[in-house]
Design a protein around this ligand. Structure first.
Ligand code: ZN
Length: 149
């Protein structure tokens, strides 16, 4: 996993006590997922209670960041600041079993295949937060494709 220089600014996502750990660990080039302290269930997106046992106790658990492409869509319009155009919005199935919505960068969308391997990388943003992104393992990711507008 490689940290890249800040790119153009994406709008800062909403952060709250349930999601702050996700952004804090991303800023340290780590991907963490909420794990229920009572039953051990990994869950994403973060929330206050376990959907399985309803416990309010949880901890952040580091995950590998490796996964596969579960689904995706290609957004052509409207272009958004800080996103490549077209932008690939993907559901990544992490090796740990949790699904995460993010972007795939540095890839021609017409070459994507459901089930292909993906790896996370971390893209610092001008507003001081870091976006976990996905790319093909071993590729450069999106630096060359990020919009500068
Ligand atoms: Zn639970």
């Amino acid at each position: 996993m490689t940290t890249q220089a800040p790119t153009s600014g994406r709008v800062r996502p909403a952060m709250n006590p349930d999601t702050q750990f996700f952004w804090d660990t991303a800023a340290e080039d780590r991907l963490a997922i909420q794990r229920c302290s009572a039953c051990g269930l990994l869950r994403h997106p973060p929330g206050p209670a376990c959907p399985s046992c309803h416990s309010l106790d949880w901890a952040a658990s580091d995950v590998s960041g490796n996964g596969t492409l579960y689904s995706y869509t290609v957004v052509h319009h409207p272009p958004a600041p800080g996103f490549s155009s077209p932008a690939i919005v993907a559901v990544a199935q992490l090796g740990e079993g949790v699904r995460l919505i993010s972007n795939i960068t540095g890839v021609d969308p017409s070459t994507l295949t459901i089930g292909e391997p993906l790896e996370v990388y971390f893209l610092p943003q001008q507003e001081g937060w870091t976006a976990p992104q996905f790319r093909r393992p071993g590729s450069a990711g999106g630096a060359a494709h990020a919009s500068t507008s």
